[in-house]
Design a protein around this ligand. Structure first.
Ligand SMILES: Nc1ncnc2c1ncn2[C@@H]1O[C@H](COP(=O)(O)OP(=O)(O)O)[C@@H](O)[C@H]1O
Ligand SMILES: [Mg+2]
Length: 285
């Protein structure tokens, strides 16, 4: 369980007034939850991630991970439980060779050699990097580096995986594969996932969506609940998935589409149901 209570954080920049980045955030993420976080640029998402793994410490409030308070002295206990992939992969890749970087975390956990090799292999495979173990990180593209960083996080077998906009640098098919890999690990191993994304369609694939605005948590619910709030989301600089936007416009014009519609498949079902409905048959004669 990740427990965040009354969390506030301000960046101190010299003599100037501190810049508030988080204001009174309360959030609980249960074991095995599959959660997306959305919010426009500067809403505090990356700051929250840094506080979760003790890269920064709260100005006010508390964070606990499986009961362990996140505070100086507990960093390593916390980071064994939460693995984070930061927004910029260059911030976290430490070794020269891909396989060595993925092995770095498990080595620090003091695992036996065979166990480390096994984890490196399976993590590279999960990210489609099985052929790249011997490559030098400096020769990789930004998207490949991002995948190495994610493989390294997975190799820790954490209770919670936190991904800060991991799909921004990835081509669409690789991004889709990443989400499905993470979903598999969530289902099979009970790994909790906190996935920050600017893609509304991606957020719609999660069980729960948390929305941030100006350092505050403003909405929290299922994708269906969140994407019903089309006008509210737009007022805080966010959009909705394309299917949701289309349905919003059709409903505004009186087209009686039923149910929660989040993607193209939902929309096709709703249109098929509409075509079968007595009202539609009357209209179309
Ligand atoms: N290192 C920093 N120093 C000063 N202000 C920062 C720093 N990092 C972020 N901020 C500010 O904190 C706020 C939240 O930023 P951030 O957490 O990066 O948001 P997001 O990840 O949602 O884009 C923004 O106003 C941003 O300008
Ligand atoms: Mg960010």
């Amino acid at each position: 369980m990740i427990e965040i209570e009354d969390l506030s954080f301000a960046y101190r920049t010299g003599e100037e007034d501190a810049i508030p980045a988080l204001r009174g955030v309360n959030l609980r993420i249960g074991p095995g939850q599959f959660v997306a976080v959305i919010g426009h640029n500067g809403s505090g998402k990356s700051t929250l991630v840094k506080l979760l793994v003790a890269v920064l410490y709260p100005t006010e409030g508390r964070i606990r991970v499986d009961g362990i308070p996140v505070r100086p002295g507990n960093e390593w206990e916390v980071r064994e439980r939460i693995s984070v992939v930061f927004q910029d992969p260059d911030d976290q890749l430490v070794m020269n060779r891909v396989a060595d970087d993925v092995a770095f975390g498990p080595e620090n956990l003091g695992l036996p050699r065979e166990k480390i090799a096994e984890r490196v292999h399976s993590s590279l495979e999960a990210l489609g990097l099985e052929e790249m173990g011997e490559r030098l990180i400096e020769d990789l593209s930004p998207g490949q580096k991002q995948r190495v960083a994610i493989a390294g996080a997975l190799a820790m077998r954490p209770r919670f995986l936190v991904l800060d906009e991991p799909t921004t640098l990835l081509p669409a098919p690789v991004a889709a594969r990443l989400i499905s890999t993470v979903r598999d690990l969530n289902r099979s191993g009970g790994m909790g996932v906190l996935h920050i994304t600017h893609s509304m369609s991606e957020a719609a694939l999660f069980d729960r969506v948390v929305v941030m605005d100006e350092g505050k948590l403003v909405l929290d619910g299922t994708p269906a609940e969140i994407f019903r709030e089309v006008d509210r989301l737009r007022s805080i600089g966010l959009d909705v998935p394309p299917a949701v936007s289309l349905v919003h416009r059709l409903r505004a014009r009186g087209v009686p589409l039923e149910g929660d519609i989040l993607d193209g498949a939902d929309l096709r079902r709703a249109l098929a149901a509409l075509a079968e409905s007595p009202a539609y048959r009357r209209c179309s004669g």
